[in-house]
Design a protein around this ligand. Structure first.
Ligand SMILES: Cc1ncc(COP(=O)(O)O)c(C=O)c1O
Length: 384
C-alpha cells in the first residue's frame, strides 16, 4: 500500500489536519500584528505545557539546536559537567558539552537501564568541593525506550547545588512534567514530538537560577542567545525571522492539547503504550526494557523473534501496510525495533499497527496466534 504513510516512530509524528492546513496558508509577516497575536497566545500556551511561569523560547532548529543553545549559553570552557548517559541522546549532551571545551564526566548505565538515584547521590556527595557545575540528563531516552525518574534525580541535583540541564524532547506534551514544581533548571524540547507538528522548532525554558549562570557565561551563543529571546518574548516576537508557518500550526495543536487536558494526554500515552506492551508479549516477543518501572509510555522497544530480522519486520510493515516503525540506534541497530505512540496517536492507530505486525510476523514464519495480540490490546485498553 503506497501513499498512506503512517508514522509509528518517535518523531516525526503524525500531524493533525488543522495543523497541516494552518501550515498551508500564505505565511504571515513575522513583525505583523496578526503574527504577534498568534505568538502571544503560543507563548502563554507553552508556559502551560511546560508548567512554568518562565518564558519558553522558540528556536528555529531541531531539538539538538536547543540542546546546543542550553550548553553554549551556560557552560564556560573548563567547567565541570556530569552527563548522565542511558543511551544515544544522553551521550549527545556529553558530546555537545565537550565541543564547548567543558570537562565532562559521564555516569553511564547499560542501554535499557535508567539512572539509579542512589548512584547519582553517591557521585554528587563525593564532589565535596562542588566542582560539578552542571548535570545533563535525558527525561525519556528514545534510543532505548526508558524514562528516567526525573523528579527524584533533579531533587538530588538541587540538593548538591549544580544546575540541571534536561532533554525533554520526547517527554514534553506526552509524559508528566512540571518544570517549576519539580525545580528543573533548563529544559529543551522539539516540535516533531509531543507537539504534533513537523520538525523545525525547538523550545527552551530556564529557571531564575539558570539565568544567573547565563549572566556569567563568557561567550554566549549568538543565534540562540537567551537574552535576545527573552527580551523579544516580552514583546510577543522573536529576535530573528521565525518559522512562521510552523508556529501557526503549533497554535492549532496547542489548542487541541488544552482541550484534551494534560492529565488526559498523559493517560492516553500510558494506556496506548501499556496496551502495546501487553500485545507484544501476547505475540511471544520480548520487550527490550526488563524493568517495568522504567518503561517509557511513548516508545516501546521490542526484540524480534528468533530467526526474524528487524529489517524484514520493518520492510513488511512498510511495503504491505505503509506503516513505519523505527530500527534500534547505535549498538542496538538491527537488535530491536521501536514503536512510537508519541503525540497525535490514538487507539485506532495502535490497533492497526498491532494487527499489521501480527500479519507481517506470520508471513515471516513466526508462529503467531492470529488476533491474540490485537485482542490483548483491546482488552488492556478497555479494562484500563
Ligand atoms: C530524546 C531525544 N533527544 C534529542 C533528540 C534530537 O532531536 P533532533 O533530531 O530534533 O535534533 C531526539 C530525537 O529523536 C530525542 O528523541
Amino acid at each position: 500500500m503506497k501513499d498512506k504513510q503512517f508514522l509509528m516512530i518517535p518523531g516525526p509524528t503524525p500531524v493533525p489536519e488543522t495543523a497541516l492546513q494552518a501550515m498551508a496558508k500564505h505565511p504571515l509577516g513575522h513583525r505583523s500584528k496578526e503574527f504577534s497575536a498568534i505568538l502571544k497566545q503560543v507563548f502563554q500556551d507553552l508556559k502551560w505545557l511546560f508548567q512554568t511561569q518562565e518564558d519558553v523560547f522558540i528556536y528555529t532548529a531541531s531539538g539538538t539546536g536547543a540542546m546546543e543553545a542550553a550548553v553554549y549559553n551556560l557552560v564556560n570552557p573548563g567547567d565541570k559537567v556530569l552527563s548522565l548517559v542511558i543511551g544515544n541522546f544522553g551521550e549527545r549532551w556529553a558530546k555537545i558539552a565537550e565541543s564547548r571545551g567543558a570537562n565532562v564526566e559521564r555516569l553511564s548505565v547499560g542501554w535499557g537501564c535508567a539512572i539509579n538515584p542512589k548512584d547519582l547521590k553517591a557521585k554528587l556527595s563525593a564532589d565535596k568541593n562542588k566542582e560539578i557545575k552542571f548535570v545533563t540528563l535525558t527525561h525519556n531516552e528514545t534510543s532505548t525506550g526508558v524514562t528516567n525518574d526525573l523528579k527524584t534525580l533533579n531533587d538530588i541535583i538541587q540538593e548538591h547545588g549544580a544546575l540541571s540541564i534536561v532533554d525533554g524532547i520526547t517527554s514534553i506534551g506526552a509524559l508528566p512534567f512540571k518544570m517549576d514544581e519539580w525545580g528543573i533548571d533548563v529544559i529543551v524540547s522539539g516540535s516533531q514530538k509531543g507537539f504534533m507538528i513537523p520538525p523545525g522548532l525547538a523550545f527552551l525554558a530556564c529557571s531564575k537560577k539558570a539565568w544567573k549562570i547565563y549572566e556569567q557565561c563568557k561567550y554566549p551563543s549568538f543565534y540562540f542567545d537567551f537574552a535576545a529571546y527573552k527580551k523579544n518574548a516580552k514583546k510577543d516576537t522573536t529576535p530573528y525571522t521565525p518559522a512562521v508557518s510552523q508556529i501557526a500550526a503549533l497554535s492549532e495543536t496547542l489548542k487541541m492539547m488544552k482541550e484534551e487536558g494534560l492529565n488526559n494526554i498523559h493517560t492516553r500515552h500510558a494506556k496506548i503504550a501499556g496496551g502495546l506492551r501487553v500485545a507484544v508479549e501476547a505475540m511471544g516477543l520480548e520487550l527490550f526494557v526488563k524493568d517495568k518501572k522504567i518503561r517509557s509510555n511513548v516508545i516501546v522497544a521490542i526484540q524480534p523473534p528468533e530467526g526474524v530480522s528487524v529489517a524484514d519486520i520493518r520492510k513488511g510493515l512498510k511495503d504491505d501496510f505503509d506503516i513505519v516503525v523505527a530500527d534500534g540506534q547505535g549498538e542496538l541497530k538491527g537488535k530491536i525495533f521501536r514503536v512510537g505512540n508519541l503525540g497525535f496517536v490514538c487507539e485506532r492507530d495502535m490497533i492497526a499497527t498491532i494487527g499489521a505486525l501480527e500479519i507481517v510476523l506470520a508471513r515471516l514464519g513466526h508462529n503467531v496466534d492470529r488476533g491474540k495480540a490485537t485482542a490483548a490490546f483491546i482488552e488492556a485498553v478497555m479494562s484500563n
